[in-house]
Design a protein around this ligand. Structure first.
Ligand SMILES: [Fe+2]
Length: 374
């Protein structure tokens, strides 16, 4: 964590009650809208209560993922798919690099799966963004609880997006419609224990970044002590921190620890929601810091809601002005934006960018070669 940035545990990040959003009571709706406007306008993050995520099933899921992580590396390697840009199956440690990390990969292994049906047309147009799921052998409980968690977090996010639309004075279903059949993905992560020599060096579990999707849902992580037993936070510095929007008093923003009230899910604004709202909602920079004591690991999971790949990423008409147009031009498709980002963070090869321009110049080269031959 930067020594230049002030930290604070004292800011109060709003909590939204999901039932307020769907209530027909105008006062409850207004309470939810106000909470979302402040939380996403200032912090880019909100806590959600009364959500459908089942706590018991989440515990079983984490336990089954721990069992998967303990399998021999040789077995896990078979599920590592650079050809799918790691968008499904296992991502080995030392693979993903945050854009700000200057080449240092995150200290984690993770798994990707899609919990919902996708648009088959988009899958044909962007094959690497929409691959089929792949699963380990003999992991029925892992698969079942994984898909369940993904669907529960997705439902949570879609309801919250209705509240977001209202908070931005947009039609209620504008975001829900724009996300149908999109390449949503649920990820589970194992942040690796540090050795005695590694603690208090520059290793971070997840370098500071903003998410490139529309909205991210986090159901809460779990620490494990060196013996493998579930434990509380091993020290003061480990876990999720976010950086608030810059202000006159804090031009670098404030670093705030993300500690939701008991049982709440966290939602974070991604780059796509920031762009559509012309910056009215801010994508949250966040970092996962490693503990200052050796041997502790942490499991966490996230569900990433995306725009449909053929949606245009640009401020919506009511958010267009000279400044937002300058900030977010040119308009691009969410799918091509995704391809560029996956190259930037080291999951897709640089050659993927070639598909964003014309690829058939060789036809002319061949014709001209024939000119010369005749
Ligand atoms: Fe993230």
């Amino acid at each position: 964590m930067s020594v230049m940035t002030a930290t604070s545990d004292s800011v109060s990040i709003p909590t939204v009650d999901l039932e307020d959003i769907v209530s027909s009571d105008a006062a409850r709706q207004a309470r939810a809208t106000a909470a979302i406007r402040e939380a996403f306008g200032v912090y880019g993050l909100i806590y959600i209560r009364n959500h459908p995520v089942d706590a018991k099933s989440l515990e079983v899921f984490y336990q089954s993922f721990r069992e998967f992580c303990a399998r021999p590396e040789e077995e896990k390697r078979k599920l590592a798919r650079p050809d799918l840009w790691y968008q499904r199956g296992w991502t080995p440690p030392n693979t993903e690099v945050a854009v700000a990390a200057q080449g240092q990969p995150d200290f984690k292994e993770c798994y990707f799966a899609v919990p919902l049906a996708v648009d088959p047309n988009a899958a044909a147009q962007y094959p690497e963004l929409y691959p089929e799921n792949i699963w380990p052998n003999d992991a029925a409980l892992f698969k079942e609880t994984y898909l369940r968690l993904g669907r529960e977090l997705h439902d949570t996010g879609i309801t919250l997006l209705r509240g977001c639309a209202r908070a931005l004075s947009l039609p209620d279903d504008i975001f829900a419609k724009a996300t149908e059949g999109a390449p949503h993905v649920t990820r589970v992560l194992n942040y690796l224990p540090l050795s005695k020599e590694q603690v208090n060096t520059n290793i971070v579990w997840g370098e500071e970044h903003t998410d490139f999707n529309l909205l991210t849902l986090l159901p809460g992580g779990r620490f494990f002590d060196p013996s493998g037993k579930a434990s509380g936070r091993p020290d003061d510095k480990s876990g999720l921190y976010l950086r608030t929007r810059a202000s006159a008093a804090h031009p670098q923003g404030l670093k705030v620890r993300g500690v939701p009230p008991e049982g709440c899910v966290i939602a974070q604004v991604g780059q796509q929601l920031e762009i559509l709202s012309g910056g009215a909602f801010v994508a949250t920079p966040h970092v996962i810091t490693a503990p200052g004591v050796p041997g502790y690991s942490r499991l966490s999971s996230a569900h990433f809601i995306h725009l449909h790949s053929n949606e245009v990423l640009f401020p919506l008409p009511s958010f267009q002005n000279a400044e937002t147009i300058r900030s977010y031009a040119p308009p691009v498709l969410a799918g091509t934006y995704g391809i560029k980002t996956l190259v930037d963070i080291g999951l897709a090869p640089r050659s993927a960018l070639d598909s964003l321009g014309y690829r058939h110049y060789d036809r002319l080269d061949e014709a001209r070669a024939l000119d010369k031959a005749l």
